[in-house]
Design a protein around this ligand. Structure first.
Ligand code: F6P
Length: 365
């Protein structure tokens, strides 16, 4: 039997730590198991458009601490719904058989799919066509099922907490209400953790539709008791009770086309009008996704990649590596597909936040 050959791609939105995984997989595959590695460019786009290169040890040297992904990524490329044509003639076609033909022609024994729920869902569907998939969970949203952590989250949490800290001081000087909007889609992990770590006075999560009266009452009370500033940490996916999320734009061809953002402007206008306290809004956006991975994310990404290679070596396919109870495990990809892990209402962090006086925008015990 010849050398085993594996492919690797990074799909969906990027995050710090992707390069650490590409490095970990490539070094382990070549150095430990004597395998060959092919990197596909721009996620599934590279598989569809046959754009790839052989990765050697030297290609992944010096990238551990670099943000982004040397392979590039795409959050619209989907072999089961690939957009072709322009304007009215544009249609989504299934090119998965073509991808599988390339997989066979390249003689791949496995494909490592590094990504979030969208990437795992596509990977899971490719397994039904005969591909051997191993998933590695990434996302700053930390919303993948079956794993307590995804890499990328810690780095984003640091960026968001740093922003909350900075806004704290200027808010205090000017006696303002500072609203900081963080990413996370429909999951409030980033808002919850940066909010508690940064001492947010109000933390608004997608999982707890807020009551604007309660938010205003917290700001008023603080002001009455001499705290003339407040920090409101807003998840981009939060919504008022009985209301809707704010959609910033729709992305053509994406499996989840809605891009959220901007709700903090609505909240700021309501607070300002009702309290007469000046408000300022900062939307962190992609600042949370770029830049250097934290040591924690480098360690997690490296361990995930080594575990992924163990799975390939022992022929355990169609699984995603995961962190459960501080142990690295393998979970069937189908348990992750088309699902999102949101913040449970009985989260110990919500309890801790309440105990130290944070409000989640509703009356809670
Ligand atoms: O899933 C990661 C994420 O950064 C979300 O937090 C955010 O809603 C979305 O991606 C933004 O997507 P895009 O990069 O397409 O604007």
């Amino acid at each position: 039997m010849g050398k085993k050959r594996i492919g690797i791609l990074t799909g969906g939105g990027d995050c710090p730590g992707l390069n650490a995984v590409i490095r970990g997989v490539t070094k382990t595959a070549i150095g430990k198991y004597g395998m060959e590695v092919i990197g596909f460019f721009d996620g599934f786009e590279g598989l569809i458009e046959e754009r790839f290169k052989i990765l050697r040890q030297e290609d992944v040297s010096g990238i551990l601490n670099q943000g982004g992904t040397i392979l590039g990524t795409s959050n619209t490329a989907n072999p089961f719904a690939w957009g072709i044509g322009q304007g009215e003639k544009r249609q989504l076609v299934d090119v998965s058989d073509k991808c599988m033909a390339l997989y066979q022609d390249l003689g791949l024994d496995a494909l490592i799919c590094v990504g979030g729920d969208g990437t795992m869902t596509i990977g899971g569907k490719l397994t039904e066509k005969g591909a051997n998939i191993v998933g590695v969970p990434k996302t700053i949203d930390n919303d993948l099922m079956e794993t307590e952590l995804t890499f990328g989250f810690d780095s984003a949490r640091l960026a968001a907490t740093d922003a909350v800290d900075r806004l704290h001081t200027t808010g205090q000087s000017h006696h303002r209400v500072m609203l900081v909007e963080v990413m996370g889609r429909n999951a409030g992990w980033l808002a919850l953790e940066s909010g508690i770590a940064g001492g947010g006075d109000v933390i608004l999560l997608p999982e707890i539709p807020y009551d604007i009266e309660e938010v205003i009452s917290v700001v008023r009370k603080r002001s009455r008791f001499g705290k003339r500033f407040s920090l409101v940490v807003v998840a981009e996916g939060c919504k008022p009770r009985g209301g809707e999320q704010v959609v910033k734009k729709m992305v053509k061809d994406a499996s989840e086309p809605r891009r959220l953002g901007g709700i903090s402007h609505q909240i700021a206008a309501q607070i300002e009008e009702r309290t007469n306290i000046e408000c300022r809004v900062t939307i962190l956006g992609h600042l949370q996704r770029g830049g250097t991975p934290t040591p924690f994310d480098r360690l997690l990404a490296t361990q995930f990649s080594v575990k992924a290679m163990e799975l390939v070596e022992e022929n355990t396919f169609n699984h995603m590596v995961a962190l459960q109870g501080n142990r690295l495990v393998a979970v069937p990809v189908e348990k992750v597909m088309d699902k999102q892990r949101t913040v449970p209402l009985d989260s110990p962090l919500i309890k801790a936040g309440l105990a130290v006086g944070a409000s989640f925008g509703v009356k809670m015990d």
